[in-house]
Design a protein around this ligand. Sequence first.
Ligand SMILES: Nc1ncnc2c1ncn2[C@@H]1O[C@H](COP(=O)(O)OP(=O)(O)OP(=O)(O)O)[C@@H](O)[C@H]1O
Ligand SMILES: [Mg+2]
Length: 265
Amino acid sequence: MTAESGELLRARVSVDYEGRGAVLRDLDLRVAPGEIVGLAGQSGSGKSTLALALMGLLDPRRAAVRGAIHFRGRDLLTLPEREFRSLRGKEIAFVLQSALASLNPAMRIGAQLREAWEVHRGRGGDWKAEAGAALEAVSLPRDDAFFRRFPKDLSVGMAQRVLIAMAVLHRPALLIADEPTSALDVITQAEILKLFRGLNAAYGTAVLFITHDLPSAASLCHRIAVLHEGRIVETAAAPEIFERPRHPYTKRLIEALPRWEPAPA
Ligand SMILES: Nc1ncnc2c1ncn2[C@@H]1O[C@H](COP(=O)(O)OP(=O)(O)OP(=O)(O)O)[C@@H](O)[C@H]1O
Ligand SMILES: [Mg+2]
């Protein structure tokens, strides 16, 4: 199997966890270069399992992964770990929901950005200029005072921005974001979505936006794939999903969305 031209990522995977059975079943997902794809599904549908499988981070003793994950024409499932390490965080980057937990509480922000730079670029190069550009891209200050801050000195929204800055430091071709806004209030959520849109436009970064929140996926993504019990039941352009949902599960998801109604007088 090879990736078709025009595809950045094509994943065809099944994952079984030991003692749990099939979690992803013949899942088939494509992401084109520069495309923002939403993966929407309820809790337990297998979203994080897919993210971990794409990043090669599932523990092989606990999870059996079958199929092929082609990224820029190479099958990640057969890639030696050493080669995967040079790709992970550089060509494919990852942002998680729990921003504060993903930062090292004992390290200053500058030191963490420097480490993220040096993992792939070594000691050479102007890490500070690159880190500054990444901070600017996520609308954070790039001065020394900010570099000297610790994670505890940041709001959750700022911490999430720092993680996104780290993720785009190497201008990845693909950014996988697993529920990056679920822990945030709605205003901060909207700001982060705007940021993804901006990074996509500025750097051409493709984004796989994983969420249980169909409306935020619709506001950000070009296409949405609906995941249900480990299978993608429907993929469509964002407005289509709302206007003409085809699969009964997608219809149920849309019907379950809260509607604003005035409180009774
Ligand atoms: N390491 C594991 N071993 C066994 N089962 C697991 C493991 N990790 C996840 N599962 C199970 O696999 C299923 C899918 O989990 P996953 O975390 O991928 O779902 P999710 O869609 O990300 O959910 P959420 O929205 O709550 O984050 C769940 O039933 C979960 O309990
Ligand atoms: Mg999850």
